[in-house]
Design a protein around this ligand. Sequence first.
Ligand code: OGA
Ligand code: CA
Ligand code: FE2
Length: 486
Amino acid sequence: MSNQKEAGDTTTSSSSSAPSRLGRPPCEPLPGPKTSVCSRSYFVVVMVFFHVYIINVIALLFYVHYSSGQEDARPGPPRDKQNPQPPRPPSKAPLPRDIFLPRIEGIRVGHVQKVSLVPGKVHEMRTLSLKPLLFEIPGFLSEDECRIVMQLAQLKGLMESQLMVQDGQEELAKELDLSPVEIFNLLDINQDGQLQLHEILTHSRVRDGIWLTPENLQEIYAGLNADKDGNGLLSLEEFRLLSGDAFQRFLLQQGVKRSQLVRNSRHTWLYQGKGAHQVLQDIKIRVTRLTRLPTTLVDLSEPLQVVRYEKGGHYHAHHDSGPFYPETACTHTRLAANASTPFETSCRYITVLFYLNSVEGGGETAFPVADNRTFDEVSLIQNDVDLMDTRRNCDKSNLRVKPTKGKAVFWYNYLSDGKGWVGEQDEYALHGGCVVTHGTKWVANKWINIDPDYQRQARYEQLVSNRPDDEVDEDLTWNSDIHQEL
Ligand code: OGA
Ligand code: CA
Ligand code: FE2
């Protein structure tokens, strides 16, 4: 881990001047007629400080309340037996928003909370960053559990995480039917009439699943004789001469190595429901306790994904789940919502990542912009250094987590909406797996899927749970008293 920035305390300067004034007798005889003004101004200064102080305290209370959502979450709305919920309306009417998602508070980087996840054992959970809200829990899985998960995955068989050639990425561009000039203007971020290497890479780092580096791009220019004047930039004229799929065709002709893909690993999925191996069910229960989310939400989430990287394997920086617009459907609720929308994403509210072995060399999980002051997609590539490239630039990431057997890290891929539900994507949650330099690396992912559209999530739950409404509610009871402050 490196480079965690501490927030500087800049609030002291104005208040520190107050005591020195207060220390002086309020109405020292001063020359001239100012004496009478003196006591009044003294009073005004005191009152101003007093008001500013009160306003600060109120603002702070509001901030804590809304940023954590925790207050809302803990006791939850009345759902106890003495005070049962009225029966829910039939599924077409809007379902009342009576669920508030808890979010664990990070407090500050390095803060440690004790959590009790398994009987007779206390785990320590350390805050690694606030943007994204990211924690690590050493020893979350026992050695035996790690071994069993790896064996089960091997028994089931792992498949390549990414096939060599993908298609379909050009469809959107074709549908939009953009002219070369329109594409050029879209790419020309600084609007100087030339395409710099980083401008092309910011938009087109991934072509057909192939990861482009600045050097690849230069090779392509040379191979296609694209940069006719050899200045390293593409003018509109030079750009016009390139056909839309010239890059891909050139790359495919050259032959693509696995190391040139976005991701070079193998994976499989392990079901965790009834009848699954006890270890898999135990892990799911532990994740529910850790995240404090309703059991139903965790039960209805994706199975456990087990990933194996060989030496040389990597996963370039990515988001586990995409941004959310009104036109976005979630993969898990899509059928229930019966919606035809142009965008789809997996709506993974939380990622819990488990390290199943300690890697001999490399293989860290990198968070290139964790706790950065600002996020700017364009500045992810600077001076031809691409922070998203985990084969080359992991050492420049703000935060790196070392893979240690049994450790879990978890983070929120979305912010809170301030009302106890899922809000916008957290852009700082960008992360990737650094190249493995020695040995192999095994990890598992538990993703918790929640639709940012509450109605769609609630309808989906109703539909798949196949239980009367109040029974579903029974399942949505909150686990409390799991997290204690250290
Ligand atoms: C993933 C992922 C990180 C790692 O599988 O989505 O980001 O360290 N993995 O393997
Ligand atoms: Ca430019
Ligand atoms: Fe990921």
